[in-house]
Design a protein around this ligand. Structure first.
Ligand code: PMP
Length: 288
């Protein structure tokens, strides 16, 4: 059983109900977050709630809760679901939609209350800190066909879903994306890092990619560990020519990639810089 949160109440997920007139359902009109927790300790709570507040502001939905109230909902969901998720690796999903209207009309309705939904689910265990223990990813590569506001963590995810599915259809587990100029932006559900000659790079933030919380924590962790990391654009050719490629996300942490679009990256093994990077990340993540 999973215990969910819906509009102020906790209940079994199977009993949670919303109206089909909810604008989240009709238009994907909402903002969401996924916050990872390990044995009850959250990673990046401040970053996640700040990004959610910014997303809600961008689409003019009033943030229904204070940071303390979000903290309380997170802790309660973790506590209530711990009995069902024995590993203690628990992701908490928060979703705020504009709410339920009486008609289907594009403009933002006035005076409706947001719908607030949360639930907990099992996530992968923390990444191991030894390269030979890591499970590397193979990914596809596609031109980014999504909208021009990828910095907003919108629940309208069809563009991302279609890119992700293209990877699944190709027999791999993610899809890295590049813009119309051939520069890598992010992946369908992760940020992207490369390593070339010992230097770590990730694309800088703009409207073409999500400001990942794991990305931000990783950059800080790497800097503190004395690793060289820059926020610079790199092309899809540079991606394929990199010594190492990594994905970052709340559920994958910093994950090594050994094949992109059928091409082997570097030696085809999880790289030595990844091992340093994941050690730095694991040592720092709960401090962020
Ligand atoms: N980019 C996209 C498109 C995402 O959906 C996500 C989250 N799954 C990320 C990057 C990584 O963000 P975070 O580190 O905050 O999970």
């Amino acid at each position: 059983m999973t215990i969910a949160f819906l509009n102020g109440d906790y209940m079994p997920l199977s009993e949670a109900r919303i109206s089909p007139m909810d604008r989240g359902f009709l238009f994907g009109d909402g903002i969401y977050e996924v916050i990872p927790t390990y044995k009850g300790r959250a990673v990046g709570f401040k970053g996640h709630t700040t990004r959610m507040a910014q997303g809600l502001k961008a689409i003019e939905i009033k943030n229904p809760y204070t940071v303390d109230q979000w903290q309380d909902i997170l802790s309660t969901l973790v506590e209530k679901n711990t009995a069902f998720i024995e590993s203690g690796n628990i992701g908490v999903y928060f979703h705020v939609s504009r709410g339920t209207d009486t008609k289907r009309f594009h403009a933002y309705p006035k005076n409706i209350e947001p719908t607030v939904f949360g639930f907990a689910f099992e996530i992968a265990p923390p990444q191991p800190t030894i390269a030979s223990d890591a499970k590397p990813f193979k990914v596809a590569l596609q031109q980014d066909k999504r909208w021009q506001r990828c910095h907003i963590k919108s629940t309208s995810l069809l563009g991302n879903v279609m890119h992700y599915q293209a990877g699944v259809d190709a027999g791999v587990s993610e899809t890295i994306l590049y813009n119309s100029e051939g520069m890598v932006t992010e992946a369908s559900s992760c940020n992207v890092f490369i390593v070339k000659d010992g230097c770590i790079s990730t694309p800088p933030l703009n409207h073409e990619l999500l400001p990942g919380i794991t990305r931000a924590i990783a950059i800080e962790a790497f800097k503190q560990a004395g690793l060289v990391v820059t926020e610079t654009w790199f092309s899809k050719e540079a991606l394929l020519d990199a010594d190492e490629v990594w994905l970052t996300s709340s559920s994958k942490e910093v994950a090594p990639v050994i094949e992109v679009d059928g091409k082997t990256i570097g030696s085809g093994q999880v790289g030595p810089v990844w091992e340093k990077a994941i050690n730095a990340y694991q040592a720092y993540k709960f401090e962020a």
